[in-house]
Write a protein that binds this ligand. Structure first.
Ligand SMILES: CC(C)(COP(=O)(O)OP(=O)(O)OC[C@H]1O[C@@H](n2cnc3c(N)ncnc32)[C@H](O)[C@@H]1OP(=O)(O)O)[C@@H](O)C(=O)NCCC(=O)NCCS
Length: 179
């Protein structure tokens, strides 16, 4: 397993509270399931293209068994009543040499605090260090926050619109104009 398995950075939310962005750990299982339960239906739909709250053991294992080489997963953690609590996460899964698919989810009441943008920034840093050239995602056309997160990454974003989905591709070797 690479050093990324121990990744940890502290940074402020937009409201000044601190969050930790760290590597997902195998013992995060219960916390991760609890976080998914707190995500609203529309957000779940935007992440999974369906309102999915129950996952099979196989799916849970996929989400948790991260090698931090081909599959990298970060979580955002804040203090809630003295307890470090997962409130969002982002991951990428390599699909071919140099190219990985990314996905994010932030609990609704924490959205708009810069967490998605921060998760993207950290994942991009890790991906570039790992030699990846491209991050892709399928995003619903109405999902403006996610499109904005791509736009704010500072890298060139190419989009291809289809009837029900936008294929987004982030070019990690090309800074966006003004980025
Ligand atoms: C997409 C998502 C991960 C973004 O996370 P986030 O923490 O809200 O992102 P940020 O706070 O960094 O916001 C990014 C931009 O989106 C916009 N935004 C965020 N939440 C918004 C909301 N609820 N309504 C409108 N705009 C919103 C903000 O304008 C922000 O831009 P700004 O920094 O210029 O103000 C989050 O909204 C989410 O979990 N959505 C549901 C799941 C999903 O869509 N996953 C993506 C599948 S790949």
């Amino acid at each position: 397993m690479s050093d990324t398995a121990n990744y940890s950075r502290i940074e402020p939310l937009r409201d000044g509270r601190l969050m930790e962005i760290r590597a997902l750990r195998p013992d995060d299982k219960d916390e991760l399931i609890a976080a998914v339960k707190r995500i609203g239906a529309q957000s779940l739909y935007r992440r999974f293209f369906g309102v999915k709250r129950d996952f099979t053991e196989k799916e849970v294992a996929f989400f948790l068994n991260i090698d931090f080489i081909h599959h990298v997963a970060l979580v955002a953690v804040v203090d809630e009543g003295g307890k470090p609590t997962i409130i969002g996460g982002g991951r990428y899964v390599t699909i071919e040499r140099g190219k990985a698919e990314v996905a994010f989810a932030v609990i609704d009441r924490y959205q708009g605090q810069g967490i998605g943008t921060a998760l993207m920034r950290h994942l991009v840093t890790i991906a570039r260090d790992a030699g990846l050239a491209e991050l892709i995602a399928e995003v619903l056309p109405e999902n403006l926050p996610m499109l904005k997160v791509f736009e704010k990454s500072g890298y060139r974003t190419n989009t291809k619109r289809e009837a029900r989905v936008i294929h987004v591709s982030l070019q990690l070797l090309q800074k966006s104009p003004g980025g």
